[in-house]
Design a binder for this molecule. Structure first.
Ligand code: 13P
Length: 338
């Protein structure tokens, strides 16, 4: 039963030409986004914004999963339809962020640790009743001369694998998200080494916890130069090194890899994904699970005004469509202005 549920969700999500919309910003993060467009963050403005995103015409042509925050899972559209149902009616699978955010990793400088395992099994049973079929847990790793440390790599891998095992036991597909952060002035080679160590530890831990690789979605960061690196690597190098690190560390049994955007511009995130898919044939579906890179233009176009709802939807539609094309290597820069 659970295995069949897992497989059905994978079949619905690992589809060439489609990807995931990450709309699971916690209340503090969503408040930051709304403040940036001078909109007060209330339960109602957060709901209205998400309703706008989820009622974008033809969204399901390019998006087959949406990650929600707990608050959104319980909210309704203006016509009374629960928001998760609004998605599933379109053939889009609702998912849920289940980690409880980052805390300091004690005795490890400024490294972070993701919490949220206590009571997870019961919470998942509840989320499942509300319509969620997959979950998300995010770890972060920052790059400096001495980090990520082996302590951060090991302890976070162990927790990510515990989370994934608990999800699978509930028939919920886990998104496994180890994010190597963009911040810093490090070179792309440094990012490659950190990402390789992180992914290696994550897959070893998943194996120890008997997580079936056929029923996970990997959500990694791309291998890129640090944001403040003097000479940032070009698109082709990003594509080649990212594919190289994934081929070294991710079993071919994993059905789909859906990248996070992690602070890349919307155009960069699309171009990078496209370059990877244009490179060579790969053992997994290689797609997107973008938050900011899908939403930023829509948030700006909307600006919290009713009269801009269609403009917001159009902006999301455009990024979803272009990333859909990039996920099969068919995006061109000319499509940006079309
Ligand atoms: P970004 O694409 O904005 O990095 O967000 C994806 C996400 O879900 C982060 O956890």
């Amino acid at each position: 039963m659970t295995e069949q549920a897992l497989q059905t969700t994978i079949n619905d999500i690992a589809i060439a030409g489609k990807g995931i919309l990450a709309a699971d910003e916690s209340v503090p993060t969503m408040t930051k986004r709304l403040t940036s467009i001078n909109v007060e963050s209330t339960e109602e403005t957060r709901r209205a914004y998400r309703e706008m995103l989820f009622t974008t015409p033809d969204l399901a042509k390019y998006i087959n999963g949406v990650i929600l925050f707990e608050e959104t899972l319980g909210q309704r559209a203006s016509d009374g339809t629960p928001l998760p149902e609004l998605l599933s009616k379109q053939g889009i699978v609702p998912g849920i962020k289940v980690d409880k955010g980052l805390i300091a990793l004690t005795n490890s400088g400024n490294e972070k640790f993701t919490q949220g395992l206590d009571g997870l099994s019961d919470r998942l049973a509840n989320y499942k009743e509300m319509g969620a079929r997959f979950a998300k847990w995010r770890n972060v790793y920052n790059i400096s001369d001495i980090t990520p440390s082996s302590l951060a790599i090991e302890v976070n891998a162990e927790n990510l694998a515990r989370y994934a095992a608990i999800c699978q036991a509930q028939g919920i597909v886990p998104i496994v998200e180890p994010e190597v952060l963009l911040d810093g002035n490090h070179t792309i080679e440094r990012c490659f080494d950190a990402t390789e160590a992180v992914l290696h530890a994550v897959f070893a831990a998943l194996y120890r916890h008997k997580v079936t690789p056929e029923h996970i979605i990997l959500k990694p960061s791309m291998v890129v130069s640090g944001k403040d690196c003097a000479q940032r690597a070009d698109m082709q190098t990003v594509a080649e090194l990212t594919v190289k690190v994934l081929l070294r560390t991710v079993p071919a049994a994993v059905p789909t890899i859906n990248f996070l955007s992690g602070g890349q511009t919307p155009e960069e995130a699309t171009a990078h994904l496209n370059a990877m898919n244009a490179l060579r044939s790969l053992p997994w579906n290689l797609s997107f699970s973008y938050g900011r890179a899908l939403q930023e233009p829509a948030l700006k176009a909307w600006a919290g005004k009713k009269e801009n709802v269609d403009a917001g939807r159009e902006a999301l539609h455009k990024r979803a469509k272009l990333n859909g094309a990039a996920s099969v290597g068919k995006y061109t820069e000319a499509m940006e202005s079309a």
